[in-house]
Design a protein around this ligand. Structure first.
Ligand code: PLP
Length: 423
């Protein structure tokens, strides 16, 4: 396997190729193939970008047909038939059935672009600069989004330029059991001497992805929404990782019955792994002036095509979401058993998550790395997250077959046992 040019030319900033040092050639569903003939089950799925698996046949066909017909690929943000179809499908299949009324901003194609646009919109709409964000939150690495991201590794990479415009509050559970962290936030909001600049908005992941698969409790999210309303702050849900079905509903906030003012989606939005993001906003918040937030890649026609096809194929009724929830319970059960096994062996571990966004917290990053490295040797691609990489996270494709799901979990169990010398 020839890797010299990859090691020599690509910047040291590369990450995933360090955890999975092989050359991949093909992929289908939840299976990845490497040049050396090895095959892997994919529990990473592009960090939540491939919710419908690799090369889903329906989406691939829609894309191939569109390209074959010389459909518009790039047109800045000009109107295209593909954009119209995407907007119509979003409205009819996703928004209307959920009683949601949003306008759509198409920023650049990455998650961090969507977050930048969302927080800038909130600031302009409210005429205040401060954005409240939460401990362990991850919202991207461009300067505005980075200011709302907790992890020091990313924050320290700015070359000394301070990140500005955000205040951190403790996420649900951050202070341990029995402490409602929102009481602290609410107290500061009502205290002219508490040091908190009046926020324009709150940005939150309902289940923190990179921060360690931390689900916010449903009553906690409902209280957060109320606090936002009571204090005239906008509620931004960053659904870039938890959205598009990952938690068992199209939007992760549906579980709590809350209605954000602004929503960001990216990752699995195109359904096919194509770069694509949008910001959804309550219509009255659309105060942008023409071209005020621009960019060359605003909306990507190929992604419009696959995103519309994915919404129609998976979200026209609730069959898919019920299946995701069922598979989530399978992972939950196996992760609980693994956590008990490790705890009995003297290494406390626990399980958490929502839908098919699940984590096995093994307490420290070294242990998590040993297990995931062993899993890779055994044919499973699975990554870690959390403040010290202590959480092994399952982000398998939502479309994974039961056979591959159980196969991947079997590999993980075997790997845990090998690490504990029990295989
Ligand atoms: N927001 C959340 C919740 C994310 O998980 C991520 C990426 O992992 C981002 C924003 C940033 O997205 P991108 O990496 O596409 O810039």
């Amino acid at each position: 396997m020839q890797t010299q040019i990859l090691e020599r030319m690509e910047s040291e900033v590369r990450t995933y190729s360090r955890s999975f040092p092989t050359v991949f050639t093909e992929a289908k569903g939840a299976r990845l193939h490497a040049e050396d003939g090895n095959q892997y089950i994919d529990f990473l799925a592009g960090a939540g970008t491939l919710n419908y698996g690799h090369n889903h046949p329906k989406l691939k066909q829609a894309l191939a047909d569109y390209i074959a017909s010389d459909g518009i690929v790039h047109g800045l943000d000009m109107w295209s038939a593909a954009k119209r179809d995407y907007l119509e499908t979003l409205e009819e299949v996703i928004l209307k059935p959920r009683g949601l009324d949003y306008k759509v901003h198409l920023p650049g194609p990455t998650g961090t672009n969507a977050v930048e646009a969302a927080i800038r919109l909130a600031r302009n709409a409210k005429g205040r600069h401060n954005i409240v964000t939460f401990t362990n939150g991850f919202h991207g690495v461009t300067m505005g989004a980075l200011a709302t991201t907790g992890n020091r590794k990313f924050r320290e990479a700015t070359g000394g330029i301070p990140t500005q415009g955000a205040s951190f509050m403790p996420f649900d559970g951050y202070m341990g059991e029995g402490v409602d962290t929102l009481s602290y936030f609410e107290k500061l909001l009502g205290d002219n001497s508490g040091g908190l600049d009046v926020p324009a908005a709150v940005i939150i992941e309902t289940v923190q992805g990179e921060g360690g698969i931390n689900p916010a409790g449903i009553p906690w999210l409902q209280r957060l929404e109320k606090i936002c309303r009571d204090h005239d702050m906008l509620l931004i849900v960053d659904d870039i990782q938890a959205g598009c079905g990952r938690t068992g509903k199209f939007f992760s906030f549906e579980h709590a019955g809350i209605t954000p003012d602004i929503v960001t989606n990216s990752k699995s939005l195109s359904g096919f792994g194509l770069p694509f993001a949008h910001v959804l906003m309550r219509p009255e918040l659309d105060i942008w002036k023409p071209g005020q937030y621009n960019g060359t890649f605003r909306g990507f026609n190929l992604a419009f095509v696959t995103a519309a096809a994915a919404m129609r194929h998976f979200w026209s009724d609730d069959t898919f979401e019920r299946d995701v929830q069922r598979k989530g319970r399978v992972v939950e059960d196996r992760f609980q058993k693994l956590a008990s096994f490790m705890t009995e062996k003297g290494h406390p571990a626990s399980e958490r998550g929502r839908g098919l966004m699940r984590g096995l917290d093994v307490g420290d990053g070294d242990m998590a790395d040993k297990i995931t490295a062993q899993a890779f040797k055994n044919g499973l691609i699975i990554e870690t997250s959390g403040h010290s990489g202590q959480v092994i996270k399952c982000l398998c494709p939502l479309t994974i077959t039961d056979e591959d799901l159980v196969g991947g979990l079997d590999i993980l169990e075997q790997s845990v046992k090998e690490v504990f010398g029990q295989a």
